[in-house]
Design a protein around this ligand. Structure first.
Ligand SMILES: CC(=O)SCCNC(=O)CCNC(=O)[C@H](O)C(C)(C)COP(=O)(O)OP(=O)(O)OC[C@H]1O[C@@H](n2cnc3c(N)ncnc32)[C@H](O)[C@@H]1OP(=O)(O)O
Ligand SMILES: O=C([O-])CC(=O)C(=O)O
Length: 355
């Protein structure tokens, strides 16, 4: 595979997957972006139809898996359930011991297809509702919303969910992808590598920031409270969740798209409340940290995505799992790249001083 999986220019705010700009990618179906990441090229129509049909046909989970999900406690973050269940389902994969590229692709498709079902089944059980079987006729985004809600989403909501998965899908050597790659570098199996990614994504300095953003917005409650809340956090030297990035020293291009999408949802629902709280937070952070202190602390991918979930009635408990549904294609693309290298990743301890 010749094209780089990801390119980031953190000073100019440019992001590409396989040489295609994120602003173009976000207009495609998630299945096409998943194919691009994993197989290296955008699919032609027939290839996309076949890939989607394989993905949509692998969404179901078996009875034993449902029984184990039922045993999870009801009040945990869905990431805890997801991490456990992904580890559990590897034993049912007929290709678990086939590490050929074809065997790995079949495992990849099962993982990408089943992860949204696991999250939705856990969520419905935890809320005392019967789980729903996936609907093969729906896109990745629409099917996920259908499985958690029990009714088909509006076209706008389905499109926003697809775009969320695309914007979350890949980001070079972020902490969770690095974890997955390290696991793959030992030639361990794909399920193990994805479990590594899940465990690392969960932390609040990484994918876990999304649910913290939602909690913060709820705590602030109205736009007039935002400034005082943020000033207090800054005075106490606390980090503001959903802001700052190791690589971007300007506005995260995905943050910009998420902001537009959350405004679009707010306008469509005729309710600017959550959007206005978010904008008041952003204005205060930019004024206090960027303009007054010269620190490049802008909204990252986790900030306005949290606002979107408020408009789609998605609870904080699901936020990081939704990130994982998108990111799994990126983890797998990196694992495939690592499997081809057949080289163990083993940094020296002094490199930690540079982290
Ligand atoms: C999908 C993702 O993983 S995107 C990131 C999601 N995480 C978050 O939103 C959590 C909040 N943000 C952060 O913790 C950080 O910005 C990180 C982890 C994303 C990046 O961290 P680093 O590159 O190591 O930056 P670091 O933490 O060293 O911060 C540099 C300076 O900016 C400040 N800073 C960084 N982020 C923030 C923030 N969100 N709020 C307030 N101050 C911040 C730090 O306090 C530090 O100030 P100092 O130099 O005066 O000590
Ligand atoms: O790249 C990183 O460090 C964090 C990350 O996963 C992202 O921004 O999507």
């Amino acid at each position: 595979m010749s094209k780089n999986i990801c390119f980031i220019d953190g000073l100019e705010g440019i992001l590409k997957y396989r040489e295609i700009d994120i602003n173009q990618l976000v207009e495609l179906p998630y299945d096409a972006v998943s194919y691009l990441l994993i197989l290296g090229e955008l699919p032609v129509d027939q290839e996309l139809a076949e890939y989607s049909s394989r993905l949509h046909g692998e969404r179901e989970i078996n009875r034993e898996v449902m029984d184990i999900i039922r045993m999870c406690k009801l009040n945990i973050d869905s990431m805890e359930a997801l991490r456990t269940i992904v580890s559990f389902i590897s034993q049912f994969d007929p290709d678990i011991n086939d590490s050929s590229p074809e065997g790995n692709l079949r495992k990849a498709i099962r993982l990408i297809a089943k992860i949204p079902t696991i999250v939705a089944v856990y969520y419905r059980m935890a809320n005392g509702k019967e789980p729903l079987p996936p609907d093969r006729s729906l896109s990745h985004g629409a099917n996920f919303l259908y499985m958690i809600r029990g009714s088909k989403p509006s076209q706008l909501e389905a499109e926003v969910m697809e775009k969320d998965f695309i914007l979350s899908a890949e980001h070079e050597l972020n902490a969770s992808t690095f974890s997955s790659r390290v696991t793959a570098s030992t030639l361990s199996d794909l399920y193990s590598a994805v479990v590594s990614g899940l465990c690392t994504l969960k932390g609040p300095l990484h994918g876990g920031a999304r649910s913290e953003v939602m909690n913060m917005i709820e705590e602030i409650a109205c736009p007039e409270n935002a400034e005082e809340f943020i000033l207090e956090k800054i005075a106490k030297k606390e980090k503001i969740m959903g802001f700052g990035h190791r690589v971007y020293k300007t506005y995260d291009p995905r943050g910009m798209i998420f902001k537009q999408l959350s405004r679009q949802l707010a306008e469509a629902k005729g309710d600017m409340h959550w959007y206005e709280i978010a904008e008041a937070i952003e204005n205060t952070v930019i004024r206090e940290l960027v303009e007054k202190k010269g620190k490049p602390i802008y909204p990252n991918v986790d900030f306005y995505s949290g606002v979107i979930y408020k408009y789609m009635d998605i609870p904080p408990q699901l936020a990081t799992s939704i990130f994982a549904i998108g990111r799994v294609s990126g983890w797998i693309a990196h694992c495939f790249d690592q499997y081809e290298k057949k080289k163990i990743i083993r940094p020296r301890a002094f490199m930690l001083d540079e982290c």
